[in-house]
Design a protein around this ligand. Structure first.
Ligand code: ADP
Ligand code: TRP
Length: 321
């Protein structure tokens, strides 16, 4: 089974990225042949600073490796090191109905927020389809917001196979229901575009301040809170703390007597502890960038060999060769 996923280097990675995509991807690397990449072409739709892209791409590589991506088990590379994917995107775009892209939630959300989208934002799901199809991927672990893009990929693949003959493997998304949407510090979906993130790595003081700044209601500490399971800090605690610790906090909040300050302090400690090992690993990797770059170069070579084979299949099927 081939597993594939990508993540954009468009900002600092946060708990939503980690629980929604990175951890499932890391766990899956034992279950098949995993291909994971840094979607730098995709980041061009929204980030227009070259140096920032370079820096973010390296940061994502460090984050992913520190969190447990194992280059012995997974092929890890930068999207643009396999330029064949842009050629495949063209082959696919000619079979993609405009209406299908106009219907994509992520595109509609951007329109609704008043952005004036560039063509790249509109065409983005087609490039994503090319990413998936060019590696004959079976399974795509992503957060819920990407589900529709994998559905679009399937539609395009089916249409290509129907038009030009069996060429592509039809992929499935994998979405973890319990972490499908990680809430941000304001209770909405955690996202770098909403300014409500808790980063995976960063300065202790800043992150403590973010967590202590999570808004709570004005009920007194001693008041029982029957809706404790809906509390944002409890929801986040369930992700980063051992089950019994999270349950204990939840029960104390429900019974009354646990103040929000103490709850958030507990959340910070559990969160900080959860990433302690990864933090150490990240510091080691940062001091050994030659190794990190070597991993990406080796990954790109493997990915490119496979991509060339599949692209050739598509070129032949469609009469380009
Ligand atoms: P952002 O919303 O911060 O821009 P991306 O769109 O770059 O994040 O998402 C990268 C990956 O992380 C995707 O697979 C996405 O589904 C997942 N992801 C992002 N935010 C969340 C979240 N709050 N909950 C669950 N998964 C998320
Ligand atoms: N669109 C994804 C995101 O923003 C990133 C991505 C690009 C991706 N290509 C992909 C994810 C292929 C899975 C498979 O999160």
């Amino acid at each position: 089974m081939r597993i594939l996923s990508g993540i954009q280097p468009s900002g600092t990675l946060h708990l939503g990225n980690y629980f929604g995509m990175m951890r499932p991807a890391i766990e899956l690397q034992a279950k098949g042949e995993a291909f994971y990449f840094i979607a730098d072409y995709h980041s061009m739709t929204s980030l227009f600073e070259a140096e920032q892209r370079r820096k973010n791409s390296l940061e994502v590589a460090l984050d992913f490796l520190a969190c447990g991506l194992d280059p012995k088990k997974s092929v890890f590379f930068k999207q643009s090191d396999v330029p064949e994917v842009t050629e495949l995107a063209w082959l696919l775009t000619t079979l993609t109905p405009m209406a299908m892209l106009e219907n994509c939630h992520s595109y509609k959300d951007k329109l609704a927020r008043g952005l004036s989208p560039n063509h790249g934002i509109f065409a983005y799901p087609v490039l994503m389809a090319a990413d998936i199809l060019i590696y004959d991927s079976n399974l795509v672990p992503v957060g819920k917001d990407q589900k529709q893009h994998v559905e679009v990929t399937r539609d395009i693949a089916v249409k290509f196979n129907h038009t030009y003959g069996e060429t592509f493997v039809i992929p499935e998304e994998q979405i973890r229901e319990n972490t499908a949407v990680v809430p941000g510090t304001d209770g909405d979906k955690m996202s770098k575009s909403y300014g409500n993130t808790i980063e995976i790595f960063g300065d202790e003081k800043t992150l403590r301040k973010k967590i202590m700044g999570i808004k709570m209601d004005s009920r007194a500490p001693e008041e029982p809170k029957p809706d404790a399971d809906k509390n944002l800090a409890i929801q986040l605690l369930k992700l980063v703390a051992p089950a019994e610790v999270a349950t204990d906090f939840e029960n104390r909040l429900r019974a009354g007597g646990l103040g929000y300050g103490d709850l958030k302090k507990g959340l910070f400690e559990q969160y900080w502890n959860y990433f302690a090992e990864a933090r150490k690993k990240r510091a080691e990797l940062s001091a050994n960038l030659d190794y990190v770059n070597g991993v990406l170069t080796e990954g790109a070579a493997k990915a490119r060999t496979l991509a060339q084979t599949v692209l050739k299949r598509a070129r032949r099927a469609s009469g380009l060769e």
